[in-house]
Design a protein. Structure first.
Length: 389
């Protein structure tokens, strides 16, 4: 070492001593001290891995990116606060392109290779239901943040979700129609676990109100032309049409309906909250009303929204998908205070009472469903989503 200068080795030693002193001063655990000083030497005993399965590529990639943002922000905050019981939380993101086969392969990999005791996913009810028996069989917690099929409630003791069920949404959809005195209605729905079940729920709810579903038409998930279904609906002249679908087809359905001269009012499912629908449908989307899960505590959501925009840019839309993914990650971390095995995490989730999530307070019932989710109503006005009052 030349006079007046520190060698690289001594510099690193000095920096390490300073960091070590600061961490001891502020009470940061030994495993995390090791991680910050020697990040390449962190061993398996010093970390806890969880998985995330979502559509990171493909037609639903925008949802997958929203999930990733919410999860990654949560993980950063958790680790900055000392991790989980002194362990660094690591999330392994797996892309399933919203395909059940790819998703099940991803879950098997997370279980057998990564040894993840808990997994966040999926946004699709059909995919969640395909994952559920694998998670249940392997005693791995699966927490669905944006899946609403009622079948998920009975899909296993290790299966949880923080999103409203189809049963709750159907009631809200029928309430909208009733409040507008729309008694003769039709349904057009995507024929999968989410859509077919919600359509049936709406039909059942209408029976109680004395109103009528005149016709109910399903379409395949990969469909791009809906004129056959819409023509059958037009023949019945319904006052309103319940639109149950994903963003990629909802805009096309609205556009084709107006081209066919259909004047009926459209009431859409919660999946309608995507600007791409307005881009595709244009003026045909005007006046569409739909329910959307409430973001819960406004102050919490505002603070969370600020974090997302600070990290990813002011033009980022902070959606319910982002905030649900964030809450799912945080409730898993809270449950891990009970232990790191799937069984211990499951028990920890059932013990959670009124966890203060961005999307509202979280408590799970005996089926692993979140208790008490509220909806707000939205409408398309002048090409924008606005709260409907």
């Amino acid at each position: 070492m030349k006079s007046g200068k520190l060698g690289t080795k001594n510099k690193n030693l000095l920096i390490g001593v300073i960091i070590l002193g600061l961490m001891v001063l502020f009470g940061i655990s030994y495993p995390l001290i090791g991680y910050f000083l020697y990040p390449n030497t962190l061993n398996e005993s010093q970390v806890i891995k969880i998985g995330h399965i979502g559509p990171l590529t493909g037609f639903a990639a925008s949802y997958g990116e929203q999930e990733r943002q919410g999860i990654d922000i949560a993980v950063e905050e958790i680790n900055a606060n000392g991790g989980v019981k002194g362990k660094k939380l690591i999330v392994i993101h797996e892309d399933d392109q919203l395909d059940t086969t790819i998703a099940t392969n991803a879950l098997n990999k997370l279980i057998t290779v990564d040894k993840a005791p808990a997994v966040i996913g999926e946004i699709s009810s059909s995919t969640t239901l395909a994952l559920a028996p694998i998670a249940e069989r392997n005693k791995v917690v699966l927490i669905a943040h944006v899946s609403n099929s009622d079948k998920i409630s009975s899909s296993g003791d290790y299966i949880f979700r923080i999103y409203p069920t189809n049963a709750l949404e159907a009631k809200k959809l029928v309430e909208i129609a009733s409040s507008l005195n729309l008694t003769d209605c039709a349904i057009i729905y995507i024929n999968n676990d989410f859509g077919a079940e919600l359509a049936q729920r709406i039909n059942n709810e209408f029976t109680w109100t004395g109103s009528a579903i005149l016709v109910s038409e399903g379409y395949n998930p990969d469909a791009t032309d809906f004129r056959t279904q819409l023509t059958k609906i037009k023949e019945k002249s319904p006052q309103a049409i319940f639109l149950i679908g994903l963003p990629q087809e909802s805009g096309i359905i609205l556009k084709q309906a107006r081209e066919l001269g259909i004047k009926s009012r459209f009431i859409a499912s919660d999946t309608f909250n995507d600007p791409k629908i307005i881009e595709v449908a244009g003026n045909a989307s005007e006046g569409v009303i739909f329910p959307y899960p409430s973001n819960g505590d406004p102050a919490r959501f505002k603070q969370f929204s600020g974090k997302i925009k600070s990290k990813y840019g002011d033009d980022i839309a902070v959606t319910i998908v982002t905030s649900m993914a964030y809450d799912a990650t945080n409730v898993l971390a809270a449950a891990m205070e009970n232990g790191f095995t799937g069984n211990e995490i499951k028990a920890g989730l059932y013990e959670i009472k009124d966890y203060p999530g961005v999307t509202g307070n979280i408590t799970f019932d005996k089926n692993g469903d979140v208790i008490s989710r509220l909806f707000i109503l939205k409408i398309v006005r002048n090409g924008k989503f606005e709260e409907y009052r």
